[in-house]
Design a protein around this ligand. Structure first.
Ligand SMILES: *[C@@H]1O[C@H](CO)[C@@H](O)[C@H](O)[C@H]1NC(C)=O
Ligand SMILES: *[C@@H]1O[C@H](CO)[C@@H](O)[C@H](O)[C@H]1NC(C)=O
Length: 304
């Protein structure tokens, strides 16, 4: 009973915190986060499953409108939605392969916002849009997400598939947002080295992509650690769920202590002191040495 009371109290405090946090309109995420966190605390369900449940309430069925024909099919056993403009075209069209976001744990091509985006893109760009799904964490970990997306993309890039949809093989792009941006960048790079795929991408367009997990203490993480919709703790949870069910990775990432000393040469790739424009760096200084010193202190404490 005592424990439940404390949980309720915490829930109340969090509720108050979220109510008084100023947010743009239409953002309901904090409530969902709170419910998910609470349900997990009570052992009712996995955090991500609750969030995914809330998101699934906003999925829309496959339906065409006056400008775009929408179809559901599979590419290499991966479910995809295809958006084809209805107006006649004299020439071969552009093709866009889109990968939804959601921290590798959430989301679906059927989600209202993604359906809307794909529909609009198809209509405005007069392009065929393929909006792919992929298996999600926590049930599936890396590299399942990557593999699904890559398999679907490889299927799409077959000459006969492109012909079927009237797509110009010279004008194909890949795009994605957030975790989808991460996957888009990953498949684009893999494709360059794939001798089996003859038709290559012309462009990659990454929308607020998640591109590195070496340093979890970038200036934006320092400036806005608790800012909804995506507080640092949630981003760290997404990354760690993508890799493993072992929650100790999440803890290490929160303290930025997840990169083994042997791999510290990789830090040079995230030196944001040279990569970020001045205005985003603010007063923060990238310091590889301090990353490692803190790490050693952390390891010592962990061993004691
Ligand atoms: C279809 O296209 C027309 C002309 O651009 C536009 O006015 C209309 O709103 C579009 N319909 C939908 C459902 O987007
Ligand atoms: C990061 O880049 C800056 C600017 O180029 C450089 O001065 C600094 O030494 C680099 N830091 C590390 C740890 O490599």
């Amino acid at each position: 009973m005592g424990k439940k009371m404390i949980l309720l109290l915490i829930f109340g405090v969090l509720a108050a915190y979220y109510i008084y946090t100023p947010l743009p309109d239409n953002i309901e995420e904090p409530w969902r986060l709170m419910w998910a966190w609470f349900a997990e605390l009570l052992g009712i369900s996995h955090f991500m499953d609750i969030l995914q449940f809330f998101m699934s309430l906003r999925e829309v069925p496959v339906r065409s409108d006056e400008n775009v024909t929408v179809m559901q099919t599979t590419f290499n056993n991966v479910p995809v939605r295809v958006y084809v403009p209805k107006r006649k075209s004299e020439i071969l069209r552009r093709g866009l392969f889109y990968i939804h976001g959601g921290g590798w744990c959430l989301g679906d091509a059927a989600f209202l916002n993604y359906d809307f985006l794909s529909r609009r893109t198809a209509d405005r760009l007069d392009a065929i849009v393929i909006s792919t799904n992929y298996r999600l964490a926590p049930k599936y970990h890396f590299p399942s997400q990557f593999e699904d997306v890559y398999n679907a993309l490889r299927w799409f890039l077959h000459q006969d598939v492109l012909e079927k949809y009237g797509i110009d093989p010279e004008r194909i792009g890949v795009s994605g947002d957030s975790a989808g941006g991460n996957l888009a960048a990953a498949v684009a790079q893999q494709l360059i080295e794939d001798p089996d795929v003859k038709i290559k991408l012309k462009i990659q367009s990454l929308i607020y992509p998640a591109l590195q997990t070496l340093d979890m203490n970038l200036p934006s993480y320092r400036e806005y650690p608790h800012f909804p919709v995506l507080p640092k703790s949630l981003m760290v949870r997404f990354w760690s769920e993508y890799f493993t069910t072992d929650r100790s990775l999440e803890k290490a990432m929160l303290f930025n202590q997840h990169i083994p000393v042997e791999s510290s040469h990789l830090f040079k790739y995230v030196n944001w002191s040279s990569l970020l424009p001045e205005k985003f760096r603010k007063g923060h200084v990238y310091n590889k040495k301090s990353l490692l010193t803190v790490r050693q202190r952390f390891l010592r404490q962990a061993m004691e």
